[in-house]
Design a protein around this ligand. Structure first.
Ligand SMILES: [Mg+2]
Ligand SMILES: [Zn+2]
Length: 171
């Protein structure tokens, strides 16, 4: 089985602007996160992005624009010798067509990734800047780490949380 670091996107991998990131020019990658994640990548963790993108349903931006941002993000990791194995995004919004199973705090995206990549949830962790990221992870049996928006990810914290028994709630 594989192990993974699940990553929220906005406020974790790119600068949080407290609104939908609709324009490619507003997509600012937090380069300082890459070395820590590369270290985990080198240890065999798959890096998988799990992101709510309700702006798609609200027609604030297109899936094509989103794909450009995700390609930029992937390129930034590849340039540093790492890679992002997968991008999961929820394009839905509850005000357009109702609830879905993928929008965080639901666990649909993480469960899909676990299935697709044969991931052991007990050896994996989710890093996000909102309680709903941790909730989404916990619902899939994955431990969560809650950081502040744009806060640098701590390698030691990740390893510490990975060593703990699973329990619901952030560490
Ligand atoms: Mg976020
Ligand atoms: Zn959805």
């Amino acid at each position: 089985m594989n192990k993974a670091i699940f990553l929220d996107r906005d406020g974790v991998l790119n600068h949080e602007i407290y609104d939908y990131i609709c324009r490619v020019e507003d997509f600012k990658i937090l380069e300082y996160q890459i070395p820590v994640l590369k270290r985990l990548y080198d240890e065999g963790f798959l890096l998988i992005v799990i992101t709510n993108q309700g702006g798609i349903a609200l027609k604030r931006y297109s899936e094509q624009e989103l794909a450009i941002m995700h390609q930029m993000l992937r390129n930034a990791f590849v340039a540093k010798g790492a890679d992002i194995a997968g991008f999961y995004y929820c394009p839905h919004h509850p005000t357009v067509g109702g609830e879905c199973k993928c929008r965080k705090p639901a666990s649909g995206m993480i469960l899909d990734a676990i299935d697709m990549y044969d991931i052991d949830p007990a050896q994996s962790v989710m890093i996000g800047d909102k309680p709903r990221d941790v909730e989404s992870a916990n619902g899939a049996g994955v431990k969560g780490i809650l950081i502040e928006p744009d806060e640098q990810i701590s390698y030691d914290k990740v390893k510490e949380v990975l060593s703990l028994e699973f329990k619901v709630g952030s560490f």
